[in-house]
Design a protein around this ligand. Structure first.
Ligand code: ASP
Length: 311
């Protein structure tokens, strides 16, 4: 007799972590972010429900969030010290650990799709700056300019930061986005996209586009997308560390994610991760007052939450 497992899939998304409390967000911002998260779950969930691959689902979900100015990625990205956008993104397929990433780009409307092109259409994993923008044009990736990416709120946030003494404040984060998924065939994938941190300069790159830090996927373990104070996530190798604990110690996802986030906190960092395993398990773990987040799976309703005390 053969035992057939019901088809099962899971998608988890985040829209950034930080000092996000009920007092900080206006009702409009709260509702707008929840609507954006819902649309992203719908886009990625439709791929998975139709039998599509996890890698396509995470790209679809992140594209929706990149186009949504409530979050710090592509449209609505935070600005550099010079008032420009420098966008970072990565995507990874747990089937073969193939990966693509871009850092400091400013011409692709959807950096996650450019990262996907790096993975699928180049022999490389990480392209940066002007070279990556040239690659985007050559690949026919949809282009966008400052008129699309830059919103007035980010100019105001940069001006406020420049007036403050502490011009590089790792807590000034406004919603990096990410997605992790497990598809009906038990394959996992992860994607992350961000504008980084307000006022960054000197070509600063955070954890998001670094495979093994802010983004990681391995069918033998799990898929991880992170958000938070990137320097600490790089030093802790968060994505790979969670995967390694799951693969080599056999830890449940929640145990591994909590342990690695405790490691980030011990270094002085803050933020969160979303994680899916190849049996369709899904968890999140964060050290901040809030994290924009959502989950949908084959056997349940979509869940959206922002504040730490929600679901
Ligand atoms: N991790 C991102 C970075 O350091 C920022 C964030 O997640 O808010 O670039």
């Amino acid at each position: 007799m053969t035992t057939e497992h019901p088809p099962r899939w899971t998608l988890v998304i985040h829209g950034g972590a930080g000092i996000i409390t009920r007092g900080v967000l206006t009702p409009e911002q709260d509702a707008g972010a929840r609507a954006g998260l819902t649309r992203a779950l719908e886009a990625g969930g439709a791929v998975l429900a139709g039998g599509g691959a996890a890698i396509d689902a995470v790209e679809a979900a992140v594209r929706v969030l990149e186009d949504d100015a409530h979050f710090n990625s592509a449209r609505g990205a935070v600005l550099t010290f010079e008032g420009k956008v420098e966008l970072d993104a990565a995507i990874m397929d747990g089937r073969d650990r193939s990966a693509g990433a871009v850092a400091g780009v400013s011409a692709a409307r959807n950096p996650v799709t450019l990262a996907r092109a790096v993975k699928d259409c180049s022999p490389h994993v990480l392209l940066t700056g002007a070279g990556a923008d040239t690659f985007a044009r050559e690949q026919g990736v949809e282009q966008a300019g400052e008129d699309w990416f830059v919103i007035p709120e980010r100019r105001a946030q940069l001006a406020a930061m420049k007036e403050s003494e502490d011009w590089f404040d790792v807590d000034m984060k406004y919603g990096t986005v990410g997605a992790v998924a497990c598809d009906m065939n038990g394959h996992v994938a992860a994607a992350t996209s961000t504008g980084g941190v307000t006022g960054k300069r000197w070509g600063r790159v955070g954890d998001s586009p670094l495979i093994g830090a802010g983004t990681y996927a391995d069918d033998r373990a799990c898929a991880v997308s992170a958000t938070g104070s990137g320097e600490f996530f790089i030093r802790e190798s968060v994505g790979h560390e969670i995967g390694a604990r799951v693969r080599m110690l056999g830890e449940p996802l929640q145990v591994a994610a909590d342990a690695v986030m405790a490691g980030v906190a011990a270094l002085g960092g803050s933020g969160g991760v979303i994680v899916t395993g190849s049996a369709g398990e899904a968890v999140w773990s964060f050290t901040t007052k809030g994290m924009y987040r959502g989950q949908v799976s084959a056997d349940g309703e979509a869940k959206i939450a922002i504040y730490a005390d929600e679901g």
